[in-house]
Design a protein around this ligand. Structure first.
Ligand SMILES: C[S@@+](CC[C@H](N)C(=O)[O-])C[C@H]1O[C@@H](n2cnc3c(N)ncnc32)[C@H](O)[C@@H]1O
Length: 247
């Protein structure tokens, strides 16, 4: 599915990482307040979907300030190495400070990298994750193909993204909060009115559930699953890269 079909302006999406540079300082505290702490639970949930019984090398795309990478490294000692990539130097700088103060047991690094043209070789990682990032890239299908490319055979992609509750009452309540209250608080604290109205507009325009699973299958993933979280406010998707066929 193209971004044009998803109703999203490609030119605006090309610039989203610059918007994150502007709001980097308030990004983490605002996340906690606006999600009422639930975002931390969603990130911990990703750890339960990691491939089982083997050492893992992890790439976290659109890593931002590194929250998912940090949560996974803390939850799972089988992670032997973790690399986070993002285009926003402002977000990465905060993530590097957090990594420095945490001193995680695994080697970790945060580097500049585009999720639609990932600067790593084919088949380099066992797990590729992206949390609340895929919605922000200019070409979603290209990004999914990149996730597939950089995974080893038997590797797994895990994607966390906002979605909309299916239950009508929940959906109405959520949209009230999302369209009116959240942009107001976000603009007040971050000083960036655009960033927090972009949030609800981009979420409402983005494919979710089966539509997104289909995009993952088109990128090559098998065993694709969607797990709605907290009434469907977010969804965790996973998809596997099959083992190479015997010659
Ligand atoms: C909502 S934040 C999510 C950050 C982090 N994953 C988290 O869970 O808090 C979205 C991130 O996507 C990044 N981003 C946007 N377009 C990107 C691209 N093409 N390649 C890499 N990162 C990108 C932004 O800079 C921003 O840090």
């Amino acid at each position: 599915m193209s971004d044009q079909k998803a109703g999203v302006n490609l030119q605006e999406k090309d610039r989203t990482w610059q918007m994150f540079d502007r709001i980097a300082q308030t990004y983490d505290p605002l996340n906690r307040v606006l999600s009422m702490g639930i975002d931390k639970r969603w990130r911990r949930r990703v750890a339960r979907h990691l491939p089982k019984e083997r050492p893992l090398e992890l790439l976290d795309m659109a890593t931002g300030t590194g929250d998912l990478l940090i949560t996974l490294c803390q939850a799972e000692p089988r992670i032997q190495r973790a690399l986070g990539m993002d285009l926003s130097e402002g977000m990465l700088a905060i993530g590097r400070q957090k990594l420095q103060s945490l001193q995680l047991p695994q080697p970790t690094a945060l580097e500049t990298g585009d999720a639609t043209q990932v600067p790593v070789k084919d088949g380099s990682f066992d797990v590729v994750t992206i949390a609340f990032g895929i919605r922000n890239v200019s070409d979603v299908s290209a990004s999914l193909r990149e996730m597939y490319r950089v995974l080893r055979p038997n590797g797994r992609a895990i994607i966390l993204e906002f979605s909309l509750p299916r239950l009508r009452v929940m959906r109405s309540l959520y949209l009230l909060y999302f369209r009116r209250i959240l942009p107001f608080i976000g603009a007040l604290v971050s000083g960036d009115r655009y960033a927090y109205s972009y949030l609800n507009q981009s979420v409402e325009a983005f494919p979710y559930g089966e539509a997104f699973c289909q995009m993952m299958r088109e990128a090559g993933f098998t065993q694709v699953e969607a797990h709605p979280l907290t009434f469907g406010i977010a969804t965790l998707y996973q998809g596997d890269k099959p083992n190479a066929h015997p010659a």
